[in-house]
Design a protein around this ligand. Structure first.
Ligand code: AMP
Length: 400
């Protein structure tokens, strides 16, 4: 079975063709500058097939982008399947499913209507996801099953005490203002892999999943269910991230807006694009750049990383308290998978909780590994995330 996984943005579209049963990736790539001048990248994973790197392809809309993907995948010389018939279903990453979706769903007219209803919750992302779905229908026909996989769905199991804000209750009942959480596909995937690594059923485990990348979130997973997570109504909440501020005192907004004469749009843009470790360091949003700058004597770069690590440490402590214990802490995504210094810094001082890592194992990269020190009561796992595989697995299950 071959599943096409689509992650559509407003002017870009990432794709992967993979076999969820074997996990084999056949091809991946990216359509960029859709509606502008159209750049197409195609990376077949079969030896001898030619890579296309940001070549010019006219893509006035997402439909031409999907058509370009199809043409490349079935191309006689460099394609990876003989015809479109060998693509059994399409899985779409959809950012926001609101309270309407607590799991992945087969896309129907009714689902499309519900996705439209979720647009106010993710005005930048959901319209692009809907456009991606419509483009696939236009190019592939209505008979190919399509599935929506939501970033928010995994967190719909959170209890009200974890998802409500201390606002007038009507903000929730009338306007659906609550914590939704994101990165759900990644947290669900690594939680499943952690259970497999520990030889246990997910229902028996209390896990803390740390998805640390350019965007970061930490999730408490009790018995296979998300019970709390650090992102909120939007992905702006929780940890200070690459460029996002994370949690802050809402009173600061009025203070800064008055001082700098900014409107709310400018303020939110700063919170999303000029804050986090980029804002604190003044150097970069990229953790490798920060590490290098710190080595070169830039203390603010070091402080930004310390702030980030401290934030993760506090979340691990608070989620262990929320669940009444923890069996394993998982590190995933760019920083979680590669940042040995970050992992060492985050876990140091948590020995009282039974968390202790092995310095040698902590150096190993690029594989699923238990980096716990001998005798540690709580396992510390590094698990490369694979959101596309998770989307393909959900899509295959529903398409069948
Ligand atoms: P992601 O959003 O998951 O792609 O993660 C991107 C982040 O991972 C960037 O900030 C990278 O600097 C960071 N990253 C990648 N490799 C390393 C590394 N070896 N050490 C620390 N951070 C890394």
């Amino acid at each position: 079975m071959n599943i096409l996984v689509i992650n559509a943005g407003s002017s870009s579209l990432k794709y992967q063709l993979l076999n969820p049963e074997s996990g084999e990736l056949l091809a991946k790539g990216l359509c960029e500058r859709i509606g502008i001048d159209g750049k197409f990248t195609y990376k077949p994973q079969i030896e001898g097939k030619e890579v296309l790197d940001a070549v010019d392809v006219a893509m006035p809309t997402h439909s031409e982008a999907i058509q370009a993907v199809m043409n490349a995948l079935v191309d006689e010389k460099n394609g990876v399947v003989a015809s479109m018939k060998e693509i059994d279903a399409v899985g779409h990453r959809v950012v926001h499913g609101g309270e309407a979706f607590n799991k992945s769903v087969l896309i129907t007219d009714e689902v499309m209507k519900a996705l439209e209803d979720c647009i106010p919750l993710a005005p930048l992302h959901n319209p692009a996801n809907i456009t991606g779905i419509n483009a696939c229908t236009a190019v592939m026909g209505a008979d190919v099953p399509q599935v929506a996989v939501f970033d928010t769905a995994f967190h719909q199991t959170m209890p009200a005490e974890a998802f409500l804000y201390g606002l007038p209750y009507e903000a929730y009942t009338d306007l659906m203002v609550r914590r939704y959480g994101f990165h759900g596909t990644s947290h669900k995937y690594v939680a499943g892999r952690a259970a497999a690594m520990l030889g246990k059923d997910a229902s028996e485990l209390k896990l803390i999943s740390c998805h640390l990348g350019n965007g970061s979130s930490v999730t408490a997973i009790d018995g296979g269910k998300s019970v709390d997570t650090s992102m909120g109504f939007t992905p702006l909440a929780g940890l200070p991230m690459g460029t996002r501020a994370g949690d802050l005192d809402a009173g600061i907004l009025e203070f800064l807006m008055n001082k700098y004469g900014m409107d709310i749009k400018e303020m939110v843009s700063i919170l999303n694009k000029k804050s986090g470790v980029q804002g604190v360091s003044g150097v970069s949003s990229d953790f490798r750049d920060l590490e290098n700058a710190f080595k070169d004597g830039n203390d603010r770069a070091g402080l930004a990383v310390d702030m980030f690590n401290y934030g993760v440490k506090k979340l691990i402590g608070s989620y262990a308290a929320a669940m009444g214990g923890v069996d394993a802490v998982i590190f995933t995504a760019g920083v979680g998978e590669n940042g040995g210094h970050n992992r060492a810094n985050i876990t140091s001082g948590l020995e009282f909780m039974g968390i202790k890592i092995d310095a040698e194992k902590n150096k190993i990269r690029g594989e699923e590994i238990d980096i716990s020190a001998e005798g540690a009561a709580v396992r510390t796992l590094v698990i490369p995330t694979n959101e596309e595989l998770m989307i393909a697995l959900d899509t295959a299950a529903l398409a069948k």
